[in-house]
Design a protein around this ligand. Structure first.
Ligand code: ITT
Length: 204
């Protein structure tokens, strides 16, 4: 079980969020000057693996820890898959309405594509890849099933939260508190699965 993990992401909020989910493990942002590769994979898993591998290589190349040690490196990739759109926007969730799309642009495009459709089933997916200091790849994923609302509701969260109603709920994720979201989210489920695997002994 690691005591600290470096997160291959440029988003400092994500490190804090994962630290809260992975109890007892310190989650550090990657060092300043490190970069992320282009996400050229065709699945969430492939993209998360690309990010984690690339940042690990940068640690090895730059011997940043000074004593030749390589840290545990983790990356995530996530998005939303909509059944009636054959799984779109999927890995393109953050740029569904274009390269510079805002969350509102993406939500509007999704509502437009689903206009008049009966089948509004959707799911949030998160894939996590953690690479041990020895180079072993550990993969965990989490899914939150639900459906797309007819229109946006609520003020919390980000991305597609205003139009996503989790299964067994009648409110959108944007109408839930951060604590409630963190109890059921795809990221939380992926983090739990990762912890299970680490506790199961996969911690070289
Ligand atoms: P990186 O720089 O670390 O890659 P990102 O901002 O691209 O982070 P993600 O890969 O986690 O963020 O998410 C991709 C998109 O999927 C994100 O822009 C949202 O549109 C959507 N998404 C992912 N998780 C979400 C959540 O919990 N609630 C709402 N939308 C979410």
């Amino acid at each position: 079980m690691p005591t600290a993990i470096t997160l291959a992401s440029s988003n400092p909020n994500k490190a804090r969020e994962f630290e809260a989910l992975l109890e007892g493990i310190r989650v550090e942002p990657m060092p300043a000057g490190f970069s992320l590769p282009e996400e050229t994979g065709s699945t969430f898993y492939e993209n998360a693996r690309l990010k984690a591998m690339d940042v690990r290589e940068q640690f090895i190349g730059e011997a940043t820890l000074g004593d030749g040690r390589v840290p545990w490196v983790m990356a995530d990739d996530s998005g939303i898959e909509v059944a009636a759109l054959a799984g779109a926007p999927g890995i393109f969730s953050s740029r569904y309405a274009g390269e510079d799309a805002t969350d509102v642009d993406n939500v509007n495009k999704l509502l437009h594509e689903l206009a008049g459709r009966e089948d509004r089933r959707a799911r949030f997916v998160c894939d996590l890849v953690l690479i041990t200091p020895g180079g072993e790849v550990i993969h965990a994923s989490g899914v939150l099933e639900g459906r797309i609302a007819e229109e946006p509701h609520g003020a919390f969260g980000f991305g597609y939260d205003p139009v996503f109603i989790p299964e067994n709920h009648s409110l959108t994720v944007s109408q839930l508190s951060a604590e409630e979201k963190n109890r059921i989210s795809h990221r939380a489920r992926a983090a739990l699965s990762l912890l299970d695997q680490l506790r199961g002994g996969k911690s070289s």
